[in-house]
Design a protein around this ligand. Sequence first.
Ligand code: NI
Ligand code: MN
Length: 229
Amino acid sequence: MSTLTFLGHDAFTVEHEGNHLVFDPFISGNPVATVDPTVIKADFVLLTHGHGDHLGDGIEIAKANDAVVIAPFELATYCGNRGCEVHPMHIGGSHEFAFGRVKLTIAHHGSGADLGGDALAYMGNPCGFLLTLGGKTIYHAGDTGLFLDMKLIGELNSIDIALLPIGDNFTMGIDDAVRAVDFLKPKLVVPMHYNTFEVIQSDPKDFKEKVEQKGVHVRILKAGESMDF
Ligand code: NI
Ligand code: MN
């Protein structure tokens, strides 16, 4: 059995057979996070892109836990240069880890980080993650707009849980995320990237109603809430 825990925004942990995976751990400065970042256990930290609300506490958590950062090459290099153990990957590539398989998907978004200088730091392309472990597949879409290749992702993978942004403005809003569900054909959807900030206010119950009309279940997780899968 595995456990998925929502930490708020796009941050999730997955626990599977003693392995602790952490996705996009934006905890410090996250108004909806309820956990202390120093108590998060991690063997692997998976980062979709370099924006502050995704990289978040990733470097600190990875270093405190001697965890491996899994990220697109440029972002992984950035973390490696700051003392993290890293496993760089890139879009379309997959790799078998001790806990299971990780494949990087495209995400239509940006990935620059504002480090305070004149130019943004280049962090390569953003990604999504397909994670297969214990016979189950989870798709963490990262920050992305709707894209037609989601149809291919849905054809090539039997997705048990899709973690999809619904907050609009920076990512898909509700109607595009409903269309994404048509393309991906997951068994269960968990909405993310909404209501963290004023500009991404979105009603997860509206999303749930629209998706469940199509016969796909939606689980709205509160920050700090877990579910087994
Ligand atoms: Ni972003
Ligand atoms: Mn974001």
